[in-house]
Design a binder for this molecule. Sequence first.
Ligand SMILES: [Mg+2]
Length: 188
Amino acid sequence: MNTLLVDMDGVIADFETEFYERWRRRYPDEYIVEPDARRGWNMELQYPEHLRTQVRDVYMEPGFFSSLKPVAGALEALNVAAAAGFDVRVCTAPMKHHRTCAQEKIGWLHDHLGSDFAHRAIITRDKTLIHGLFLLDDRQIIEGVNQRPTWRHIIFDTIYNREPVLAHEKRWTWEDFRGFVRTGSMEP
Ligand SMILES: [Mg+2]
């Protein structure tokens, strides 16, 4: 199998930076977790309870997901992998209870990676049901109904997921991903 599954938010689309820009604009005097102090995949949980609805409102706003900037190095790496013959598929879970998130994500793929990537994208709330050689994702725990997914979970390295959660964590930067494309080995 040469299907590579790649998550979207926090891996190819820069969720955090867009959040910070909108939060500062909306609530210039409000408490903020500075980018280098971010810990844990779930941003909401790092804010005090009384601010969590406000945090959520920022990314629940229509247009938030369309506005995300690409993560540095991501688009180039995916294009290189596709050109090398890999079946590269963006595999993403749309935000729960969000009316336009899935549509915005497909639009984003059209704009930044082209219609072929948009066409191959997999939108699912359960990534364990999808087959692939690996799943590159910034989330450390991927749960679903299938206890034995076919993919190997590789954590995309970010500042907020460096706290080890799993016993045998494998983490990559885009440089490591490109190393895999060059050598075919998951142990660059
Ligand atoms: Mg993600």
